[in-house]
Design a protein around this ligand. Structure first.
Ligand code: SF4
Length: 586
């Protein structure tokens, strides 16, 4: 395994993935070999292995089953899936069967919220886990049938596009954007991207042309182009569809960007849950090389060399954040960097780097062909063009929808077949929950900003279960770097559970709100800054539901600091009166 992988510290994640694929975990002997070969401390390797939820230091089953625990999968019965698999395969949830054949666990969203309840087996997708399919999966595992021999339809991920608009309808032939850009001139093409007012589709909405121009003006070389294909926000799956069906157009957007900023090296950071797309994407890249659209002297243009490689993530939501993604690409834990400097100045390998979302590159391809005004004519002045939405939850037609920015939530709900709506979570857990009294609000950067997640909840749903699921997600995905987020998300989870369980008094709600502000205002990166959103926005939409939930007349602390310090007393072998909190207060 070690001989096959390109053996550099920056490729540590890939090396560990390859080792794990062979041994079902990363054995101590491999850690020692890698440490010696890369000349890095073994603790550095362990830190990386421990950071990513898809890497393991202890053996997993030969069939490793992970069931999505996103809120929409819960609504579709993921617990029944877990129970059925656990019973049929005689394995505990969170455990490995005694004979090592199978392991079973929950995971964060698998990117298949439109076809849940979904899961993964050894990283490959298992959408629509209906009872008959669960039985078939269990039987194949018990018979130890290699994955390669499982029926292909088991792994079939559909790409239901219910509404195509400006971009998805646009005809395209390979090389068209590059040829148009070269004919027009690269500076002029950048001016067209500027004119289009294209903003990043990953959520932050940074102006694309400004990012490309700033990167191109840096004196440091080489420069890099990174396509962020790590859409880990629960409820988002539109990048999956783009990479599955429109990969050429995404790669062409990256190549246009490379020509403009002067880059020869592109990387696609593909989320681990989309492993099933990797071979397909590699084939598309190879075909593009054969067509002269990647590699040396692209389209015969001497001096323009550019190629793209695919790098896999390993199950860390935070790696969707650009600087954390760059850390991950460099073989480190995905901890967001302190900014400034931004990635366009000091990114991958500390060199100028453009990091853009899959959908941004896809849009840029068509802007390069059609021009900026064509794009700017659609949408709103602050949010030009269209937005791809991944719609899931309580609706009859979950799937992909493309809308001009400025479309109302009411219209979208009507199109996807949603009735009796209680609310919609726009933008995933980090986004905004809106009530059914706000359906005339619009999808746009100036109102409801979203990377693409649009989850619908009907009146039968429990608002607290939704908020709790989102807070659990953040508490699980916090990278642990800064205290307000690491500790704060855990406290939010506990406080919300206390209220949801009927032990909350009025003071608990005050404490909850205060804690939300602490987490929001003191965290290091966007994850922490938005982690309290599920509470803040549901509290704003449905304050009466929170008030109704306050069942306790008197406040009782939900956190016993003195009891928590008991472990420290044991370790210090000191349990006298002065080592207790009440003694300190006296
Ligand atoms: Fe990590 Fe959370 Fe701090 Fe971001 S806010 S750096 S995710 S601990």
């Amino acid at each position: 395994v070690l001989e096959q992988a390109e053996f550099q510290p920056a490729r540590l994640l890939e090396i560990l993935r390859a080792v794990q694929a062979e041994f079902r975990h990363i054995p101590e002997s491999a850690i020692a070999l890698i440490a010696a070969g890369l000349q890095i401390p073994r603790t550095q390797i362990i830190a990386v292995a421990e950071f990513y939820s898809f890497l393991h230091l202890t053996p997993q089953g030969r069939y490793d089953l992970l069931i999505s625990d996103s809120i929409t999968d819960r609504m579709l019965g993921n617990q029944q899936v877990l129970d059925a698999l656990a019973a049929r395969l005689q394995v505990e949830v969170g455990g490995v069967r005694g004979d090592g054949l199978v392991s079973l666990n929950r995971t964060s969203c698998t990117g298949m919220c439109d076809q849940g309840p979904a899961g993964l087996v050894n990283g490959y997708p298992l959408p629509r886990l209906i009872p008959a399919k669960i039985a078939a999966v269990a039987e194949l595992i018990e018979k130890q049938v290699p994955l390669a021999d499982w029926p292909a339809e088991m792994f079939q991920v559909d790409e239901p596009i219910y509404r195509a608009d400006l971009l998805l309808k646009q005809p395209f032939s390979n090389g068209e954007a590059l040829q148009t850009a070269f004919a027009r001139g690269l500076a002029e093409t950048l001016a067209e991207v500027d004119l289009s007012h294209l903003r990043g589709r990953g959520g932050a909405g940074f102006k694309t042309a400004l990012k490309w121009r700033t990167c191109s003006q840096q004196t440091a070389t080489p420069r890099y182009v990174i396509c962020n294909a790590d859409e880990g926000e629960p409820g988002t799956f539109k990048d999956r569809m783009l990479l599955d069906l429109y990969a050429d157009q995404v790669f062409e957007g990256m190549t246009v960007c490379a020509a403009i900023i002067g880059s020869s090296h592109g990387l696609v950071y593909l989320r681990a849950e989309y492993l099933f797309l990797r071979d397909k994407l590699l084939a598309v890249l190879q075909a593009r090389r054969e067509q002269g659209l990647l590699g040396k002297a692209i389209l015969g243009r001497e001096g323009f060399d550019f190629d793209i490689e695919i790098r896999m993530g390993a199950g860390a939501y935070i790696c969707g954040e650009a600087s954390a993604q760059i850390e991950s690409l460099e073989g480190k834990p995905g901890i967001p960097r302190t900014k400034p400097p931004n990635s366009v100045v000091c990114g991958y390998q500390r060199k100028p780097t453009v990091v853009d979302n899959v959908e941004t590159f896809f849009a840029a391809t068509h802007i390069a062909i059609q021009g900026g005004q064509w794009f700017a004519d659609i949408g709103t002045p602050q949010s030009t063009g269209t937005k791809l939405l991944s719609i899931s939850g309580d609706c009859r037609r979950p799937g992909i929808y493309e809308y001009p920015f400025g479309t109302t939530v009411r219209q979208i709900l009507q199109d996807c077949g949603a009735d009796e709506v209680m609310g919609v979570q726009v933008g995933g857990p980090s986004g905004t929950f809106i009530s059914n009294r706000e359906l005339d609000r619009v999808v746009a950067f100036e109102d409801l900003s979203t990377a693409g997640s649009f989850m619908v909840f009907n009146r039968t749903r429990n608002l607290f279960a939704i908020a709790q699921n989102f807070i659990d997600f953040f508490a699980h995905e916090s990278c642990g770097f800064c205290t307000p987020c690491r500790v704060g998300t855990a406290l939010l989870r506990n406080q919300l559970a206390k209220i949801a369980d009927g032990h909350g008094a009025a003071e608990d709600l005050e404490q909850l709100s205060a804690l939300c502000e602490v987490v929001k205002n003191n965290s290091h990166c966007g994850l922490g800054e938005s982690a309290a959103n599920p509470i803040l926005t549901t509290l704003l939409s449905y304050p009466e539901l929170y008030l109704q939930q306050l069942k306790a007349k008197e406040f009782a602390p939900g956190f016993d600091l003195d009891a928590t310090l008991a472990a420290a007393r044991r370790l210090a072998q000191r349990d006298d009166a002065a080592a207790h909190l009440n003694q300190v207060e006296n």
